[in-house]
Design a protein around this ligand. Sequence first.
Ligand code: GDP
Length: 193
Amino acid sequence: MKVNNAEIVISAVSQKQYPGDRLPEIALAGRSNVGKSSFINKLINRKNLARTSSKPGKTQTLNFYKINDVFYFVDVPGYGYAKVSKKEREKWGVMMEEYFETRETLKAVLLITDIRHEPTNDDIQMYHFLKHYDLRVIIVATKLDKVPKNKRASHVKRTKKALEMDEEDHLLPFSSETGEGKEEAWRLLSQYI
Ligand code: GDP
């Protein structure tokens, strides 16, 4: 998709603030610092529409980015940051459930992982949480540029195995640095938007 227009519509903390125009939504989840904002920015050809490296302690919000008046990217606050308080973590959980359990316009979730490393327990939990709600999940294994070509296949395999990925789900190797995987990402997303 050629993105002509991308704008943040709302940073929502609860359901009543979600957009009401019923456009399809693609959510993005991932560990803090995994490369989620870089992924969004790369796909929409913007340097920093999605804030990169958002620090914990800031208000955790669901950020709705309207793309070409066709669909939304919904940036879900990152997880797995050790310094977050128990109260913050609980608030995050409530927000996740509220969104993932009830959102009818949510078509698929991109779960961003770091292809260099084995998925963390938080990644594994997040994947199963999403599957529990019967959501279509695409794993985006980013930072591909950091893994030598001859090691990539084994890193992909390791990720699939650790997540116990469903056959029907896709894993997309990706790099925000080089743009590898970008066309395939749009191809996969076009099924949902
Ligand atoms: P977020 O917290 O998940 O939104 O992560 P960011 O997008 O802010 O990225 C965290 C750090 O990883 C930044 O320093 C990015 O420049 C870097 N980064 C993100 N994606 C890639 C990638 O594909 N390749 C490389 N080499 N670095 C990346």
